[in-house]
Design a protein around this ligand. Sequence first.
Ligand SMILES: C[S@@+](CC[C@H](N)C(=O)[O-])C[C@H]1O[C@@H](n2cnc3c(N)ncnc32)[C@H](O)[C@@H]1O
Length: 373
Amino acid sequence: MVKQKERRPGQKAAGGPGAKPRPEARRDTPVKTGGKMSASRDRGERITEPRTAASTVAAPERPLIVRNGERPPERVPVILESLGAGDFHLIDSGNALKLEQYGPYRIVRPEAQALWQPSLASHVWDNADAVFTGDTDEDGMGRWRFPREALGETWPLQLLGVDFLGRFTAFRHVGVFPEQIVHWAWMKEQAEAAKRPLKVLNLFGYTGVASLVAAAAGAEVTHVDASKKAIGWARENQALGRMEKLPIRWICEDAMKFILREERRGNKYDIILTDPPKFGRGPNGEVWHLFEHLPLMLDICREILSPKALGLVLTAYSIRASFYSIHELMRETMRGAGGVVESGELVIREAGLDGSTPGRALSTSLFSRWVPK
Ligand SMILES: C[S@@+](CC[C@H](N)C(=O)[O-])C[C@H]1O[C@@H](n2cnc3c(N)ncnc32)[C@H](O)[C@@H]1O
């Protein structure tokens, strides 16, 4: 990997003509935020947007590095598709809903992308075990209806050989985002093929399924999430699979704060997964705003990639953007690093009642990843 000369704005320019400084992220300038939270494809645990248009977001703590090397070659569009795996498959979708199989349960949840009509008869849908109603005056399990019999809050599931709990959460999620399995399977392969324990950083790690997959494949994992509750669920998952002895550091902290500290300390990672929500808050009220903070987050991630890094993987949900937005940001960030940047969408294909009859593709999110080859 060829390391190009880089400088931060304010340092003496080393580049030739046209080596223009990028806009500086100013330390002391409060950034105004506005706009409403878009409901479609939003994820995370009851994350609220700053209440007033004038509320300040946590100021980035260092300027972006000016990068003068070549942009890595690109592979676009890349559609990473999954027909389900382990205990999960998408049975059917339509009418702004999806019908999914999670282990023993069939679950109906809202799905704004499903503009078409369902393929399967309505009695199949009516027979579901759980339906997310989203009743706003309810909380937790109250936002779910169980047409057949009352169900407990959690139930055991398995993906890529890892045990974890499915969970009926107040925010319509079920404790896992199974479209991510394509990234996790890729990461598992890397970790198993490496002749050393890879260092994996999982930012915005939620219930820890990715962290468990990586650790089970031999990696040393650092898992960061701002929510104490999510970290608790992740530890429960670790205990369920009797994986307590695996090397996972569970860190409840603001993701940006954590990586800034890792950069200062010179700590490095071989694979970084980052799955930021559109809006989020750190444990001390630090505000995460994807459109404000993603450039700096990727910039720092690049600095904490090890010299033999195997990947930087970004996924983005619920944003009004094309995959090109994160693709070009990734290529700018990885200037001079060689490798390749591939970007596109993560989609899940309907697999029918039997789990193996391919139907329509349901788009779930955008992704961009840098890999060394
Ligand atoms: C959408 S989930 C990530 C899902 C996970 N990567 C997966 O695929 O299973 C978003 C997570 O980000 C966390 N989060 C939100 N704001 C954060 C912040 N500022 N720092 C760290 N984590 C944050 C939430 O607690 C939540 O668990």
